[in-house]
Design a protein around this ligand. Structure first.
Ligand code: PRX
Length: 655
């Protein structure tokens, strides 16, 4: 593990632009008083307890926090229901007829659902799940495109206390199968197909292939997203049921929300780690709902009049926290879009903003870099004057992209909140508060009230100002993951052992003399490709499962648009021709094993890989080769001459 200084890091030290909150923004902001930071620092539990009054409880908690590191229990003794908080309570106020979801499909179809509409749908789906035998504590797998039925199904699960696991619609059958088997889902909810850039993603076919080897699955429910005149799917009698028939079989209209303990499991979301096996990150009910709803309200300065749009797919944590639970607990009106930014044209997003008068936009740096490359003519076609807050998440944003976003999308008037967090943290932990914080492009700025990060060296000692180190968190926060599903030892070992008593994020960072945090990227074997996490070991296991591959080592290389791209060094089995045809075959093989997001951009063939005496592949040296750096310490290699040979082969193939 190393925090590698790069050219980008040096450039960040030079960044001197400052953006204080505009006066008019400040005057109307929800959080205007910096005392919130002190209040939370002085009395962490009191701070969160006061904020927890914003949730609706069936039974009040007895203790705010039980902290037996690394095991946290928040709001012990309290009972509530996430679906009640995200839906029912809004239907008891004027928000009943407020638009909850303004949905636009890729082909241009539209649906607007009020909170009352969502209420009716969630109730019916919850009843149907029960009728299918799903009980409190059973897990449900969801593999749907970005359609309203996705948040509706999640909330229906939450209503009956059945933890959901949403599987991103870009994952392949193997990836689906492993996730379902890990969490033993009883029911799978999917669609016939999904749209992507005018093509169809065969969701039901993928499920059919996956559930051949998932003994826990008793029923597959299929939503007709494209319809049988577009694509016919196979329905297995006794196992598969159409969404409409499934709901029609339900007689009742109302399914009372189950009163659940504060720590009842809300969902499991799989994310890549440093081994070949994705981790099932477990989030529970009260702390998660509180953390996501409060950060959403404060960081985006959310008002009832706002039209909020988070462009993330619900299949990732950003969609869980900042499309479903945070915004809906806050009674927000939001846009949900099924498609991609460039279909049918590169102005699609800007048309959506103009059409629905979006006021808050939350997206990823990779998208912003793409727009920069396409040019300002696309946003200029549309009226973006409704926007008032912009957000980014998922990877470090380079100052140039930040400034471009601020100027060309935000018209120079909208604060840009660069929000740092992770699947594991559940909620945003480092971010500006837009009415308070002076922004510095490229910095996620300051910890959210009550959050205590630090930057330490290899020995766990705090590093001086402006020096890079490992980002850790010293105090618990309500939305923190509680464990890795079915593997508590791995939870302890992965996050809490390296710097005992502190949570290790896996990220490198530095802190400047104003206490601002500058994120430097992952320091472990996890890649961040276009804001998505991919484990190097996962891709390596996919590669070595191909008969032509003897060994493989995967690294991230810098990529102008994606931030990082997957590169693989592959040693073919004896006699296999190492040519472009094989490289192409291997790329497809990885896409089939995991999903298109993991497909390597570059494959280099080498006769050997650099290894230590204990046979550990030294990816660090491969990164040095790929980035054209001076080679680091090679003394631990079995055979240092191997490296010169790899470098030669690499340079030949690079051309
Ligand atoms: O490396 C950090 C990066 O994304 C990782 C978390 O990925 P994931 O769990 O998939 O969640 C992504 C959405 C929350 C982090 O360890 N990351 C996320 N946000 C930022 C970031 N890096 C720099 N700046 C950010 N704002």
């Amino acid at each position: 593990m190393t925090v590698q200084p790069s050219g980008a890091f040096e450039a960040l030290l030079q960044e001197e632009r400052r953006y204080p909150p505009p006066e008019e923004f400040k005057a109307q902001a929800i959080v205007r008083d910096p005392a919130v930071y002190e209040e939370a620092a002085r009395d962490l539990e009191g701070f969160w307890a006061r904020q927890a009054e914003q949730l609706d409880w069936f039974r009040r908690w007895e203790r705010v926090l039980e902290w037996d590191p690394p095991w946290a229990k928040w709001f012990v003794g309290g009972q509530l229901n996430a679906s009640y908080n995200c839906v029912d309570r809004h239907t008891q106020t004027w928000r009943r007829n407020k638009a909850a979801l303004i949905w636009e499909g890729e082909p241009g179809d539209e649906r607007v659902l009020t909170y009352q509409d969502v209420y009716r749908a969630v109730n019916r789906v919850a009843l149907a799940l029960k009728r299918s035998g799903v009980q409190k504590g059973d897990t449900v797998a969801i593999y749907l495109p970005m359609i309203p039925e996705l948040p509706i199904t999640m909330l229906a699960c939450a209503r009956i206390g059945a933890p959901h696991t949403v599987i991103f619609a870009g994952f392949s059958p193997d990836a689906i199968r492993d996730r379902i088997n890990d969490c033993q889902a009883k029911v799978v909810i999917t669609a016939d197909a999904g749209y992507r850039r005018g093509h169809l993603i065969p969701l039901k076919d993928n499920i059919d292939a996956a559930v051949k080897d998932t003994p826990s699955v008793q029923q597959v429910v299929v939503f007709p997203r494209v319809g049988s005149d577009v694509r016919r799917v196979h329905m297995q009698p006794g196992r598969d049921v159409w969404w409409g028939d499934w709901l029609d079989a339900v007689q009742e209209r109302e399914c009372p929300p189950e009163p659940l303990d504060a720590e009842h499991p809300l969902y499991i979301l799989y994310t890549s780690g440093t081994t070949g096996k994705p981790k099932g990150v477990l989030h529970t009910t009260a702390g998660y709902l509180l953390g996501t709803s409060l950060t959403h309200r404060w960081i985006f300065d959310l008002k009832d009049e706002d039209v909020y749009w988070c462009t993330a797919d619900i299949g990732w944590v950003t969609g869980h926290s900042y499309v479903v639970y945070g915004p809906m607990a806050n009674g927000a009106t939001q846009v949900i879009f099924e498609g991609t930014p460039d279909y049918p044209d590169k102005d699609r997003w800007w048309r959506i903003i103009e059409k629905y008068r979006v006021t808050i936009l939350y997206t990823a740096p990779t998208a912003i870099r793409g727009f920069m490359r396409w040019g300002v003519e696309y946003p200029r076609r549309c009226d973006l004057s409704s926007l008032r807050v912009l957000g980014t998440v998922g990877e470090p944003i380079n100052p140039e992209a930040w400034v471009w976003y601020h100027e060309h999308i935000g018209g120079g008037r909208c604060p840009v909140v660069d929000t740092w967090w992770q699947t594991e943290t559940g909620m945003i932990l480092i971010s500006p508060l837009p009415g308070l914080t002076t922004l510095k492009p490229g910095s996620a700025t300051l910890p959210f009230p009550g959050v205590e990060p630090d930057i330490v060296d290899e020995q766990g000692q705090p590093v001086p100002v402006d020096r890079g180190g490992y980002l850790i968190l010293r105090r618990p926060w309500p939305a923190m993951m509680r464990t890795i599903w079915g593997d508590p030892d791995r939870y302890v070992q992965q996050y809490w052992s390296r710097f005992p008593g502190n949570y290790f994020t896996g990220d490198g960072a530095r802190r400047d003399s104003d206490g601002y945090y500058w994120l430097l990227g992952r320091v472990d074997d996890v890649l961040n490709v276009a804001g998505h996490r991919i484990g190097t070991m996962e891709v390596e296991s996919a590669l070595v499962s191909h008969p032509a591959v003897a060994e493989a080592a995967v690294i991230g290389i810098s990529h102008e648009l994606k931030g990082q791209a997957v590169a693989a060094f592959v040693t073919p089995r004896g006699g296999m021709a190492a040519n472009e045809a094989l490289a192409q075959e291997l790329r497809e093989h990885v896409a089939q094993k995991i999903g298109a997001i993991a497909r390597p951009d570059r494959i280099f063939f080498t006769a050997e890989l650099p290894k230590t005496r204990s046979a550990k592949i030294m990816r660090r040296l491969l990164r040095d080769i790929a980035e054209g750096r001076v080679l680091g310490d090679t003394t631990t290699l079995t055979d240092p001459t191997v490296l010169a040979e790899i470098k030669k082969q690499y340079e030949e193939q690079e051309g």
